[in-house]
Design a protein around this ligand. Sequence first.
Ligand code: MN
Length: 247
Amino acid sequence: MKILVSNDDGYFAPGITLLAEALAQLGEVTVVAPERDRSGASNSLTLDRPLTVRRAPNGYFSVNGTPTDCVHIAVTGLLDFTPDVIVSGVNLGANMGDDTIYSGTVAAAAEGYLLGIPSVALSLTSHAGAHFESAIGIALQLVERLSRKPLNEPVLLNVNVPDVAPEELRGVEVTRLGRRHKAEPVLKLKTPRGETAYWIGPAGAAADAGPGTDFYAVQSHRVSITPLRMDLTHNAQLPTAQAWLAD
Ligand code: MN
């Protein structure tokens, strides 16, 4: 099995190294990841300049672009094979609810999904990074299962693993995305030259976080697995829009 590993925290991040080393048990691993932290890059592609790829001493490819760029160029020209599966992570910090819109971790996996490759986004739900081994264990289980029991349709799984020891995990739950409250206000700063600058604040607290959501599963020390799609069509609102535009 050929496994492509990417992330948004950068090719040097502890999460990607641990993930790539562990997945080598299951197949041939190639790492293509951003040269620096691009968390929050979402699904952006770099179109206004060419991208360069460097080979790190450990064999990882680093790209001066976004997570989406990394997977895109890996699959469409950098590599001489098509990966069987793509795993993005392990991100330091949760990607639940509305986070998935902004996440570069999810975006790297989404790019794989859009290119027709089964893809998994994997996040450890705290910035402490105390128990990467829990996320790594789940990654191994999921990739092994995808290989043994492939799904007959394109698959994009958003996985959030509580940052607790493996023996404290209380199983795996298939969830829907919850929702957050609106983001915290921006921080206003004065620059040394007297201008006002704005630093985007943290995501809001969980709002829709009841049973069945990713927030609830993680709160309960369960691994949250949400199957995602990229079609943003609001199907229930089609008749409303049609009626609104009629006459
Ligand atoms: Mn990140």
